[in-house]
Design a protein around this ligand. Sequence first.
Ligand code: PMV
Length: 315
Amino acid sequence: MTTTTATAPGKVILFGEHAVVYARPAIAVPVAKVKATATLTDALAGTGCTISAPDICAHIRLSSHQQDPLALAVRLAIEEAGIEAEPDWQITVRSDIPIAGGMGSGAAVSAAMANAVFAHCRFPAHRRPTDETVNRIVYEVEKRHHAHPSGIDNTVVVYAQPVWFVRGQPPQRFDIARPFHLVIADTGVASSTAAVVSDVRRARERDSQVYEEIFDGIGEITVAARQAIASGDVNALGPLMQENQRLLRQINVSSEALERLIAIAEDAGASGAKLSGAGRGGNLICVVESDSVEKVRKALQTGGAVGTVVTQVGS
Ligand code: PMV
């Protein structure tokens, strides 16, 4: 019996969430310290394909759950691989990425499973499905989770690279002249991206001029952040995060828990902090000088964050 394992990282959006749904740019980076891992094992002949996700107590048969997002990722990968009859496989997927926390857990689970299917098929190099193919599959699954995903989550998780992302355009890599540290903190409040994105959509329909101006403002901050990152001007990032957070507040996607932890991080020495992802809960990110990392992390833990991750952007 052969076993194949594949992984995909979590992610955070540094700048530009929500505005990215409306064609403004966003910047996102992978977070390798948290990941989804899919393990695919050949099962006894005739048993079909089963998928287990113990973290969410899910155990499904591929043949009877065609519409389930877990099954969809596997089904699309099987089709892409040209396998016609249902294979006899047991796929187990685990993840330590917070669920519904803005860190791309759904996209990472889909990417890990699609990668495991392709790796298990042992294609010769010239026929091996590309990251672009995996990205297309994961985007299809993302569309099941919420109706209008911009595509940023699947892109950063599949390519596992920092990306400059504009909806409908190929993702671009960008230079990181000087590495910097982020502290990521989880409010512990689960938040549905679909619900927050559709609230923003409705509010924009009511008040389109105000929303378009805010999205333009977020777009300008994102452009400035890219320049700062590319030129090694790390000191500019904190104030840009604060400014981005101010605009996110105006579109009502922050929350008391986020604001409280953002204030704690800044008091403890973070040069700027903002929510990351859909908001109303989930995770916040802070840009922190290396000698303040531990102080900020501890302050966030003591202040009620249910988990923290420290990551370096750039190497
Ligand atoms: O909460 P997340 O990690 O799924 O991030 C969503 C980012 C949004 O810009 C709010 C939506 C999107 O599709 O880009």
